[in-house]
Ligand binder design. Structure first.
Ligand code: GSH
Length: 217
């Protein structure tokens, strides 16, 4: 049975999974969930995703939610078909550095990036609600306080876990893209301030697999 991705055609978490499917060259069927009609809050849907969020996947009856877990599953199952997006698990130190990079994204980037994306893009564009500029300023300074750390790492190596791109780098695209391309904020694309982060951002966002899905499914 074909791999199914249930979500929304323009939702960033859905596109995170679609991106990794493209990276790993996995054919899939996209199944649209009626988010406007609250399909993701129905009893039927909650059996698949108990938190009422999109996306989830069904791989021949195997149901999984949480995008980071889904992406790791895809990158593991089809390892060898596409780029190796995480180190060989038998390499203890490379795996530890990969876990560190994953934690960097989740601890230092995700929360502020989601909040900025919601305020700058999601509310005005999709909910017809005004942006809370004070909240944006607070979240931007929270994120900016972390960018020197990124710059320090990326001045010594090409990617967050070392010399090869991993899932940890690619997870940043999900909400980083909203901030930069739709929200119009420079932050980590400012070449004068963060030359290595800007170089890294350009690299990860020009991958053909991302370009294939970034406009939606
Ligand atoms: N941690 C989840 C986050 C998914 C997520 O934020 N989904 C949003 C769509 S952009 C959602 O379903 N929001 C509806 C809600 O939380 O009620 C993941 O990575 O899968």
């Amino acid at each position: 049975m074909v791999f199914k991705l249930f979500g929304n055609a323009r939702s960033r978490p859905t596109l995170r999974v679609a991106h990794i499917l493209k990276e790993m060259q996995v054919p899939f069927e996209f199944v649209a969930i009626d988010v406007q009609g609250n399909e993701h809050k129905t009893a039927e849907y909650l059996k698949k995703q108990p938190f009422g969020q999109i996306p989830y996947i069904d791989d021949d009856g195997f149901v999984l939610f949480e995008t980071r877990a889904i992406c790791k599953y895809i990158a593991t199952k089809w390892r060898g078909q596409g780029p190796a997006l995480f180190p060989d698990p038998s390499d203890l130190k490379a795996t530890a550095l990969f876990d560190q990079a994953l934690s960097i994204e989740y601890s230092n980037f995700d929360n502020a990036a989601v909040n900025i994306a919601v305020e700058k893009v999601y509310k005005p564009k999709y909910l017809n609600k005004p942006t809370d500029e004070a909240l944006v300023a607070e979240q931007v300074s929270k994120l900016e306080a972390k960018l020197e750390g990124y710059e320090a790492i990326l001045s010594k190596q090409k990617y967050l876990a070392g010399e090869y791109v991993t899932l940890a780098d690619l997870y940043h695209i999900t909400f980083g893209f909203y901030i930069v391309e739709e929200g119009g904020l420079m932050l980590f694309t400012d070449e004068a301030k963060y030359p290595n982060m800007a170089r890294w951002w350009k690299d990860i966002t020009s991958r053909p697999a991302w370009l294939a899905v970034k406009g939606g499914l």
